[in-house]
Write a protein that binds this ligand. Sequence first.
Ligand SMILES: Cc1cc2nc3c(=O)[nH]c(=O)nc-3n(C[C@H](O)[C@H](O)[C@H](O)COP(=O)(O)OP(=O)(O)OC[C@H]3O[C@@H](n4cnc5c(N)ncnc54)[C@H](O)[C@@H]3O)c2cc1C
Length: 502
Amino acid sequence: MLNSKPRKILIVGGGTAGWMAANLLVSKWPDVDISLVESEDIGIIGVGEGSTPHLKLFFDAIKVSDQEWMPHCNATYKNGITFDNWSHIAGFESYFHPFAAQTDDTFTLPHFFNNIRARMQGYQVDAHPDKYFLETYLTRQQLGPLPAESFPFGVAYGYHFDSGLLGQFLAKRAQKQGVNKIVANVVDVALNHEGNLAAVKLSDGTTLDADFFIDCSGFHALLLQKALGVSFISFKDNLFNDAAVVMPSPVTEVLPVETKSTALSNGWAWKIPLTNRFGNGYVYSGDYIDADKAETELRQHLGLLEADVDARHLRMKVGRVAKHWHKNCLAVGLSQGFIEPLEATAIALSFNTIAQFMQYFQQGNFSNQFAAEFNQDINARFDGIRDYVVCHYKANQRKDNDYWRDNAANTHISETLNKILYLWQHSPDFVGEMYKHNLMGSYQPKSWACMLAGYGVFPPLRAELAVDLAAQQREAEALYDFIRRCGLNFKNHRALLANMAG
Ligand SMILES: Cc1cc2nc3c(=O)[nH]c(=O)nc-3n(C[C@H](O)[C@H](O)[C@H](O)COP(=O)(O)OP(=O)(O)OC[C@H]3O[C@@H](n4cnc5c(N)ncnc54)[C@H](O)[C@@H]3O)c2cc1C
């Protein structure tokens, strides 16, 4: 392997993952010759319109502000996700999972956790998450996540965007910084005598060599899986969904600041607001419903049964590779793995993969010294997200057909998730135990608590336990007033975006 900075890096694939990699590489290593090859015939997957706050970290890393990219990509802000219709327990039919705000830990979470503790003992207290988070309030009031300068607490936020336009924006920017774009089909891959990647062969007979290769070829997985033979570990036993149907719908005057995830008969539907349309999709398991029926159900859900709107059907391969960095190749994006998009984490994983790889590669003087450690870290991120997504299917409380019953009865869950579910049911100090046993994985205890409380995973109430209702009421009012007054520092979402567009 190399022991000096690579002279040439070749990225194969020009989807979001490829162009994110190109931008990060060129911004940190401008002296390296970086090329990206993409195929016009094959194209990009063209879905993936919601992010976590990691997309902000990515843009911060390449020094691009919201104002510079959002208007080009019809982007909107995202405070979190509402989960509708996942639980059929009265009072728990819907909950909001917010991104973190600095006001959470000190001011509002202690109330939430106290009430969870009391509710787990059977006291009749309000332990539904929706009243305890500033970002939930902002979302219900259609307020964007950027506070006035005088408000000293930040809130984390993600985005919604047109994935095609985001790819174009990133491609243009990377090329301006010096990345060389090649449009061609890769038809073969050559290895050298050490089994490292040597070059890719294009359909016109030419070859492109490099010292290091980034595999961003999507589900085609040309380099790491196909050429280097790294194995793929399927999550199909844990997560049943393997298909999606996608279609747009007209945007409304009120522009939500959230993704909506609504449980349907055999999966769930996303609704993502962009400035010019809603992006919608139904993620389902082909073992339980066929593509035509899924499309009809999505149309029904959106009120588009009679509308002349085209649908796109997609298959998803859910799981991850055993190693993301092997020999002189790093896989990023769908080529390294994919967890169904319920928590919109793919871009976050791509960002973490590239940023962390660059750090380890450089630290090891551009050798594979830290590859094993890196692979372990990235695997832990994938598995942590998988566990959190699986928990939605274990905890949601729906039992109305085979799909939901089989998910609830599924025993293919990790030891970590088993422990978390056990602690929720049995430990009076859920949060403390999560930290003590280092069980958070990719999510903080507040996110786990939000989901489990949001679905109403509580024991029956015990009528004999007395509750001071007046004291509860006073506490709830004081908390609401605190959150409402914090909210005065935030602007209407649509106005915020209009301002940005100039
Ligand atoms: C239903 C669904 C919903 C999703 N929702 C979200 C979401 O809300 N949030 C999120 O973060 N992510 C989401 N994702 C994931 C997201 O779409 C991807 O992570 C993201 O688009 C990156 O894809 P990619 O760049 O890895 O692959 P692709 O976009 O598929 O790009 C692959 C590239 O490789 C090139 N290529 C392939 N073969 C060859 C060849 N032989 N020669 C030359 N070039 C080649 C293609 O031309 C293309 O440029 C979703 C995915 C699915 C399936």
